[in-house]
Design a protein around this ligand. Sequence first.
Ligand code: TGC
Ligand code: FAD
Length: 419
Amino acid sequence: MRTDLRSFEKSNCMQNQDQESRNVQRSAKKDLFEAPDYFLVDELLSEEHKLIRDTVRTWVKKELSPIIEDFAQRAEFPKHLIPELARLGAFGPTIPPQYGGAGLDYISYGLIMQEIERGDSGIRSTASVQGSLVMYPIYAYGSEDQKLNYLPKLASGELLGCFGLTESDHGSDPASMITNIKDMGSHYLLNGSKMWISNSPHADMAIVWAKDEQGTVKGLIVEKGMEGFSAPEIHGKWSLRASATGELVFHNVKVPKENLLPNISGIKGPLGCLNQARYGIAWGALGAAMDCYDTALRYSKERIQFGKPIAGFQLQQKKLAEMITEITKAQLLVWRLGELKNKGLASPAQISMAKRNSVETAIHVAREARQILGGMGITGEYPIMRHMMNLESVVTYEGTHDIHLLITGMDITGLNAFQ
Ligand code: TGC
Ligand code: FAD
């Protein structure tokens, strides 16, 4: 983590002034979040883990919660948060410090994602994409020059990146992509398009996966401003409204040869990046679940109907008791996954199981929490409906609910049910 608490406070203060001058709408509502920890999972964390977690939690309370509802309602990406996310170490937390990363372990990375998504899945998306899908492929597959040139700027937020794998006709089956490169001797000529790309309208660069003339998938760094490259925004989303999603369109884009990621070939390249991002989502979605549970618990103790708090009715207790049970089970699963990842032992199938389980848990918790709040549950007065709508994207991106189930199915049976 590149910040201590004092410099963190100072930078927040400076940012507050910046925000006022940009007339950012801040809510007067106080973020009262208290994290559930029914099985004392905190005891499994180191002091450093807790400091990192609490630093991000404080930032979310002070800087994200007061503005996020307004940005989501307006379907606007709060771009001014990028330098703060960088200062928190949210971009590439596990990338070594010599490349500008925070050099943290995977539990720390998970906790950062949990806390950011407790605020909003769309902001966690920005951090996931930058760290796991842009910095990670450059770190894992790039040349030393590429690492030194791009990673520090991505870690500091000077550059924002995006990841282009999905195409309009090739989502769950990215190996069928048609975006392609031709070797022109002095450069590659890139043609095709990508769809549903987080951050693309604001990104300075994109990691693009395309097939060469032999049909082998290759990774390229494509920069904003290259002739023939555009990134139009997709409008009208009811989900992840505070995250910008767009296309990537390539018409005869001349990509310099030194922009090819030299150390990877084949679809396992992009799939390897997804392991990193899916791991972060497994933790992140639990943050959204915790926020919904905490909100519903507090509301149910305060809301009086039939002369007593609704928390005193068995039906509401059933909902709350099942929520905390599922959250607790999922917390323990992701913590164990983090331990395995720290030892280099987490398999892609284990990551798939955890991503699927956390998102399923979070969606279920959000829907139950919304019911506990009755009519208030559908308003922006509370975060639940926003989380619920966000999670409808989280359950689809980074591999759908069904795809992750099939990955588990194939892992335990040895039989491929995809095709
Ligand atoms: P398959 O034949 O099974 O495997 C091909 C090669 O890839 C290897 N492999 C992996 N390697 C690393 N990590 C993984 N998770 C891997 N999965 C497979 C495999 O070992 C093999 O290697 P080799 O050496 O034998 O060649 O591949 P397939 O084409 O049949 O596809 C399998 C499938 C369906 C599981 C995969 O394509 C898949 O995961 N589909 C889902 C697509 C997806 O998740 N797209 C995400 C796009 S990015 C995104 O959504 C970002 S949202 C970010 C945000 O905003 O937060
Ligand atoms: P499809 O693949 O068409 O799937 C449709 C349905 O069919 C799903 O229910 C699926 O589970 C099911 N299905 C598919 N194949 C099978 C099968 N073999 N067996 C059984 N059922 C099957 N992509 C990127 O590359 N970069 C990004 O940054 C990015 N950001 C995103 C942001 C948002 C907000 C969204 C919504 C998506 C984003 N994506 C991104 C794309 C995302 O990864 C894809 O939407 C996802 O992989 C699913 O692809 P699809 O939408 O084409 O659905």
